[in-house]
Structures are given as C-alpha cells and as structure tokens.
Design a protein around this ligand. Structure first.
Ligand code: URQ
Ligand code: ZN
Ligand code: ZN
Length: 574
C-alpha cells in the first residue's frame, strides 16, 4: 500500500513553506558545521552560505543555537488499550506534545486485540492515527503467537503496508515461549525485518506477584519487588541467545537496569547484532519513587521493566549511551491518569503500566547528557534521532540534515531553561515523572515537514498534518552482511558454510579411531565477531566512520568543522 498523498490545506500554503535558517550551528550525528539551510515544500533544498533564495522567504536567525534533526521517538503507545484502561494521550495530543518538545516523528505499536488478525489491527491503527497525527509516524506490529497465518500476515505487512519491525513480549499474558520467539526471529531475519523484544521473565514475575500479595504487600513498591533486575537480565540473555542461534539482529526495547545493560554489552562484544534502547525516565528517575508515601506519586512511576532502586542506574545507562553500548532513547510514552492508576490501589499488579516522556525526552536527555558534559551534540542527535532513523531504515530522509532530507528540524536554544510540570505540559496526562526538573536547552522552533510548528516557543501543531511513513525492509544499519550471517543451507557467509560444517563434524565423528578432536578452521568456530573474519573489501560499520548517507552518496555540505568517531566524543567541547 502506498502512502496516501495529503494535500497541504490552503491556509498552510504560504511563504511559511519557504524558510531560511541562518547562522546556526547545524548538528548531524557525525558533524557540526555553520551554514544556512533553505527549506521549500517540506524538504531541505540548499545548504551553504550566501544562498540564492526566492523573495518573501521567512528567515529565522539561529545565531547561538543548534539546528538539529527533529527527534524520532521510536517507542510510544498512544490511545493504547492495556490492562483494562486506554492510555490518555491519543495520536493528536501525543504527537502535539512530541512536537512541543522537539520530536518530529514517532513510531507506535499496533497491538492486536484478542482474536484480531495482525492486518485488521494494523488497519484499525491507521484509521485511528492518520487523521490525528500532527507529525509523521510509523508503526511496529506486536506479534503474540506463531503459526503460518501470522507468518503470512507478517509478510503482507512488510511487503504491502510499510512495516519493517515486530515486537514480542516475554512477559504479560501475551508473552511468547522461547520456541516461538526463535521462529519469529528467524522469520524476521528471512524477510529483512527487525525483531524487537520486551525482555522480562513473565513466569517468574507471576510467581513473585502471588508471593508478595500473599504476604500482604499490595502497594506500588511490590511492582518493583516482583520484577527485580535479574528477571530483566535473564530475559535479555535468553532473547540474545535465541537471536544468536538464528543469526538474527535483535532490538531490545526499554533496557532499564545495570544487569540487563551489562548482559546486552556482553553479547555486543561477541559481535552479535543487538540494539539497545533505553528510556528517558530511566535516565532521570530511580526506584525510590515506589516508596513514596503518596499512592498516586508511586503509581505514576509504574512501568515495566520498573525503575531500579540502585540510584546509580541512571548514570550507568547514560554512560552506556555515550559509549554506544546502548544506541538510542525512547519515551515508551504510555500514559494513564490518576483515576486509571487507581485500579491498582489494592493490588500493585493491577496498576496500568506506563509513564510520560514523549514531550520531555529531548530536554531531559540534553540536560543529563549534553548540559552535564557527558556527550556532545552530535551524540545527542545520534541517540535521539539518527540511530532510530538508521535502524528503521528512514535515514537519511529522517534523522539527518542534508539536501533532500525531510525538513524535520529543531532549533535548540542551549542558553534558555524551562521547568517541567504537569501543569504546563501539552500531554493529556495529569502527572509528569519529571515534575520540577529544570532543563537547560529549549526547543525554540520546531519545523515539521517544512512548517514551523513551534514558533518562538509557541506551539502551532496541526491535527492530521503528519503522514504515515513506510519503513522499508533490510535496513542497511541492521542487515550489514558481516553482522548477520546468512546460514541458509548451501550458502556461504563469512567463509562459513553451515551444511559443510555439519558434514565435516559428522565425518570426524565417523573416524574409525574415535578419539580425534575435531579442529575446525578458525573462521568456522569463531562467533561472527566484527574483529574476526571479515571478507576482504567489506567495511565494518562498528569500527569505521561509516554513515549510510555516504553509502547512498547523499549530497552533503563540504564545510566539516567537527567529525566524531561513532559513539560521539566522550566529553563536551563547546
Ligand atoms: O511494556 C510496554 O512497553 C507497554 C505495554 C507498557 N509500558 C510500560 O510499562 N513500559
Ligand atoms: Zn514493553
Ligand atoms: Zn512500550
């Protein structure tokens, strides 16, 4: 299905659609440079100095400010029916709030209802979202079981409906068993899609919940006690192990603990293609919130996996983001009002899970990452925008300021501050987990597809202005040939042929002397490590300054002022 072309309403067709951003520090994930940007008809048309532009073009002076790709939030749940409630930020309010905070694209999750087909669920989400979204959006689809029908539906979603990612749960009622995860990961790999998992051991959690409730622990503190770190880390380990068996890539959503992140790091060091997402709330809050004397305060912080009692967790996760152990940040915005959280007043396991973040993600990460001096603006762009665009195959159309890119841009004033509050935020929810936090750095202008939707900090979002964006299969960032081996019978990859390898082992076993220790060629026994047997002539994106735009030969400006290694510089320089 192709994306329906929406006409720009007459009242939006004006010189406002022609825009020149002058004098700013333009930031991409790999460079900062000082040039002007000319935007027309929703995309970047020229980058340079002394540009020749039509008369009547609006000029924004960005002196002293950063001009960055708008944020991409790869994980939201707008108007999501979950645990007996519906999240209160719908596709209108949610995307409006996203824009207010400097995010210009979101990716939400299609959740099929009981017995609903994946295709029907997808169609329902499109119907809900298309007319409401203020910015562009894409969809992941949640898979809760495995059979031939699901397999065909996944194929159809990928080939006809612009979906390239599927999420599976390892907790909650809809959790999948290991065998089915194996099959779905394998199928994703066969079709070039991105498998994603919510990694927590659902069986252990169920037992822990029973135990705690039997002991009379019914308050929100029981939520974290029932889902401790090791329960998350175990599931991360299992999911990575399964992905390794089928050589699929794997995207772990909401990595929330030191143990889970460390497990993921170990797999990445083995050369497996594991992507780690963490949440903005995990970078700014900790599990002490569950011991707050006010039920609504504690319940307002309930999400899964939970915030961790170890107060060093936020800094630990930030460090991992700066070192590229974790690649990107999301909000997992899934908001329930106090009246909905109250469903779990007598039983923590009935508190609807989820918190806010779609509006404040950029500000909080700037504050904790850039303002603190841990990361520089290029790494900020990578973890809030470009890496999501690369992983879901939207780069360099999104997540990048280059000629031809969509004009999704945030002009960030690092000298201004704002204080976050539920009283002033644009979300529908009546609580904010970042309440009272002062953030340096304010999105002064937010440009969505060429339209100024935040203008000198005034929000002017338009309902239905956004489009559904198709995400193509085989993202090059994920399906890098040296990272994901194709071990289909008979095919060579990285010098390893699985069938030959199996035959060789068999022959050795049949040796009459019986005690020969099989010695396999190095390339055959080693994990597909990036430092290992790379076929000659292939570049390793983990070791080089590879950028997809270079691969695609996208025209880029010549004046490179700063060029950073992948992962960004480790300290500030401005
Ligand atoms: O697990 C999720 O991602 C959703 C369903 C709820 N939000 C949350 O608790 N993280
Ligand atoms: Zn989840
Ligand atoms: Zn989620």
């Amino acid at each position: 299905m192709s994306t329906p072309v929406k006409k720009v309403p007459i009242h939006l067709q004006s010189s406002q659609n022609r825009l020149l951003i002058k004098n700013g520090q333009v930031v991409n994930d790999d460079e900062i440079f000082e040039e002007d940007i000319y935007i027309e008809d929703g995309s970047v048309k020229q980058i340079g100095r002394n540009l020749i532009i039509p008369g009547g073009t609006r000029v924004i002076d960005a002196r002293g400010k950063y001009v960055m790709p708008g944020g991409i939030d790869p994980h939201t749940h707008f108007e999501f029916e979950f645990m007996g409630a519906t999240s209160v930020d719908d596709f209108y309010q949610g995307t409006k709030a996203a824009i207010a905070g400097g995010t210009t694209m979101i990716i939400d999750f299609v959740m099929p209802k009981n017995g609903e087909s994946l295709l029907d669920a997808y169609a329902n989400y499109r119907q809900k979202a298309d007319s409401k979204v203020c910015c562009d959006y894409a969809l992941h689809v949640i898979v809760t079981s495995w059979n031939n029908i699901i397999k065909e539906e996944m194929n159809t979603l990928c080939h006809q409906h612009g979906v390239n990612s599927f999420k599976m749960f390892m907790a909650y009622d809809m959790m999948m068993n290991d065998g089915d995860l194996y099959s779905v990961f394998e199928h994703c790999k066969n079709i070039g899609a991105v498998p994603m998992v919510h990694a927590e051991n659902g069986h252990i959690i169920k037992k822990n919940v029973e135990r705690l409730l039997n002991k009379g622990i019914t308050g929100p503190e029981g939520h974290e006690m029932s889902r401790p770190e090791e329960v998350e880390a175990e599931a991360v380990n299992r999911a990575c192990t399964i992905a390794q068996q089928v050589n699929s890539p794997l995207y772990i959503v909401h990595v929330m603990s030191k143990s889970a992140a460390t497990t993921l790091k170990q797999y990445r060091e083995k050369g497996t293609n594991i992507i780690g997402e963490t949440l903005v709330c995990a970078l700014a809050c900790d599990g002490s919130q569950y011991r707050h004397q006010c039920f609504w305060h504690s319940a307002g912080h309930v999400l899964s996996p939970p915030l961790r009692p170890d107060p060093n967790t936020p800094q630990f996760l930030l460090n991992f983001l700066s070192q590229d152990v974790l690649q990107l940040t999301a909000s997992d915005n899934c908001t329930f009002n106090k009246s909905q959280k109250e469903m779990g007043k007598e039983n923590f396991s009935k508190i609807p899970n989820g918190v806010n973040g779609v509006e404040d993600r950029m500000s909080v990460i700037w504050e904790k990452g850039v303002h603190s001096g841990l990361i520089d603006p290029t790494r900020f762009v990578a973890i809030t925008s470009s890496n999501a665009a690369k992983i879901f195959n939207l780069y360099p159309r999104k997540g990048c300021i280059a000629i031809g890119s969509d004009a999704d841009i945030v002009i960030w004033n690092p000298s201004k501050t704002r204080v976050i509050s539920a009283k002033t935020h644009h979300q529908a929810v009546d609580f904010n987990v970042f309440e009272g936090m002062e953030c340096h750095g304010v999105p002064e202008y937010v440009i969505v597809n060429g339209r100024v939707c935040v203008d000198e900090e005034q929000l002017r979002a338009v309902q239905g202005y956004g489009h559904f964006i198709e995400t193509p299969l085989y993202p090059p960032f994920i399906y890098n040939p040296e990272k994901v081996l194709d071990l289909k019978p008979g095919k060579e990859s990285n010098g390893v042929n699985e069938v030959e390898l199996a035959n060789k082992l068999h022959r050795i076993e049949m040796e009459p002397k019986g005690c020969v220790t099989p010695t396999l060629p190095n390339s055959a026994v080693s994990t597909p490590c990036c430092k290992g047997a790379r076929p000659e002539g292939q570049r390793n994106i983990q070791e080089s300054t590879f950028s997809v735009s270079e691969e695609l030969d996208v025209e880029r400006k010549s004046c490179i002022k700063v060029r950073n290694p992948p992962g960004g510089k480790s300290s500030g320089f401005w």
